[in-house]
Write a protein that binds this ligand. Sequence first.
Ligand code: MRU
Length: 355
Amino acid sequence: MTESTTYQGLQSVIWSGSRLDLLDQRLLPEEIVYLPLVSKEDVWEAIRHLKVRGAPAIGIAAAYGVVLGSRETEGDKPAWLQAVRDAAAYLATSRPTAVNLFWALDRMKARAEALAASDADLASGKEALLQEAIAIQSEDEATNRLIGEHALTLFADGMGVLTHCNAGGLATAKYGTALAPFYLAQEQGIALRVFADETRPVLQGARLTAFELQQAGVDVTLICDNMAGMVMSKGWVDAVIVGTDRVAANGDVANKIGTYSVAVLAKAHNIPFYVACPLSTIDLNTPSGDQIPIEERSAEEITEGFGKRTAPVGVKVFNPAFDVTPHEYVTAIITEKGIVRPPFDVNLKKLFDNV
Ligand code: MRU
């Protein structure tokens, strides 16, 4: 694997030795502020309020949250293990949809349980648990690089590619999932034109995707969500690529609200619709999209987002943060282990054969 020398993106999660320095993504693109998080409560609050967001980044932050939570006890090994379990259970209540959160918490718990059952003393157990969180973060970086390499084989010089929400470096340890091929294309001198949906109501596309791609010098054009169909009808979009918060066993894909509409538009225009994600986002225990819990967020995100009232006081609001794109609309799912095509119910399982 060749490491990029050109990627200069902001790191969303930084372990500083004793605390978590977290980039406050709510303030982007106007302000770059790192928040010092010292407790599991700080991490829970940061996840719930979208200071850190994007499925892999949520998982990474939560893993460090377990480390912080486990340090709250002065007791012996059993007390430490209980603190780990308590922290994991607590952090699991922060947001419901991204399965990476639960994947990371389960991994941290399993590591702590193995350490507690081993001969390791408490001090080395604590250090090993921290190393597990660090590994989750560094593996994510390597994984995304591989996803980018596979995804880039689907794109050619001069193509227009549309993306929705932010599945970039800010949403992960580095590179992103759906945005990784854009960074790799740039390294290799392949010119891609990216269309970024602004992504109502929280504007991850405008505030984050347009920001990080522009910072990196990628050719990015920001559009409102309701312009995607028009842009496709002009023939400017050769492919769509998005990230995901959870892929069900049958290939149904939960992602940021509005993704389903983009998939339907892509099908109507005969444009391939790709989903990029690590294996940690694939949830074989969830049979189909119907069983994926969809987070609903506050009405204020729609009625007075960013401090400006744009709807009448008291109006009824429906604000699901995610939707499910049925697998029939998905051309391929790109993972670190390669490109998966239908039938997804058969081919997704094969990814886990030797894991
Ligand atoms: O509500 P958010 O900002 O956490 O939603 C993020 C998304 O929907 C991303 O597309 C998804 O998590 C993939 S990030 C690689």
